[in-house]
Design a protein around this ligand. Structure first.
Ligand code: ADE
Length: 279
């Protein structure tokens, strides 16, 4: 319901990646099952309040990490969050880095994506109702700025932008692929989950921003060899603790009311090319 000052109630959705399977310290916390026309989401969704702000947390791979990236029900996840009233999504995930300066342990607030996934449903639209939303700016600048501002006083190394390559997986990249993404394609980080999540969030008119947490240098780095699973796990656990601190700072700072998105994410379909079925 709209407030008299033009704002509307906000609910922050958090999609947690590897190692982040719950949010601690929520008031009125409860896990709830949500059904959608696209099936069940990855798991039940933990709702509650953090600093008075409504929150809905969804573990992307399910609790216990049951789902590989290709089997995550991306459409059900976004739809389930929307049904609960989520207005803004903060996505948290592990990634590899193509840049020396984006070191393991750093966070990258990616602002662009290249989608190399090939085996996932990527749209809520299809035969019968065709729609093309704009994706030139796939990340909500307002949310990315909020993340950057909340991170500033914390002891975190945060990069304010970067291009995230989304790969299908589950295998990591070959050396030739890693070099191509880094040298020819100009990518900064690589992960397996942010697409089609960002595309679907835009179609659902939800603001979306991502915290890509670097665990490794993928396979291009001459001094680091190929992806070392033990090293990734150790860095991942440290990253999850930092992500919790960032979420605990950013969510209360975002507040329980929000104005219409200054970038229009919440009105994406108003600007979309939509072809309704002929009567
Ligand atoms: N997640 C963490 N590290 C990764 C990498 N190097 N490639 C793809 N996904 C990742």
């Amino acid at each position: 319901m709209a407030e008299t000052d033009g704002t509307a109630p906000a609910m922050i959705g958090v999609i947690g990646g590897s190692g982040l399977y719950a949010l601690e310290g929520l008031e009125e916390a409860r896990w709830q099952a949500v059904e959608t026309p696209w099936g069940a989401p990855s798991d039940e969704i933990l709702t509650g309040r953090l600093g008075g702000v409504p929150v809905a947390f969804l573990p992307r791979h399910g609790r216990g990490h049951r789902l590989p990236p290709s089997d995550i029900p991306y459409r059900a996840n976004i739809d389930a969050l929307k049904r609960l009233g989520v207005t803004d999504i903060l996505s948290v995930s592990a990634c590899g880095s193509f840049r020396e300066e984006m070191a393991p342990g750093d966070f990258v607030l990616a602002d662009q994506f290249i989608d190399r996934t090939v085996a996932r449903a990527k749209s809520f639209f299809g035969p019968g109702l065709v729609a093309h939303v704009s994706l030139a700016e796939p990340v909500c600048g307002r949310l990315r700025a909020a993340l950057g501002a909340a991170a500033a006083p914390l002891e975190l190394r945060v990069h304010p932008g970067g291009t995230y390559l989304a790969m299908e997986g589950p295998q990591f990249s070959t050396l030739a692929e890693s070099r191509m993404y880094r040298e020819s394609w100009g990518c900064d980080v690589i992960g397996m989950t942010n697409m089609p999540e960002a595309k679907l969030a835009r179609e659902a008119e939800l603001c979306y921003a991502t915290v890509a947490m670097v665990t490794d240098y993928d396979s291009w780095h001459p001094d680091h060899g190929e992806v070392d699973i033990q090293a990734i796990l150790a860095t991942m656990h440290a990253n999850v603790a930092k992500a919790r601190a960032l979420l605990a700072a950013v969510i209360p700072a975002m507040g329980a009311a929000r104005a219409p998105c200054c970038h229009g994410c919440d009105r994406a379909l108003e600007f979309a090319l939509i072809t309704a079925p002929e009567a």
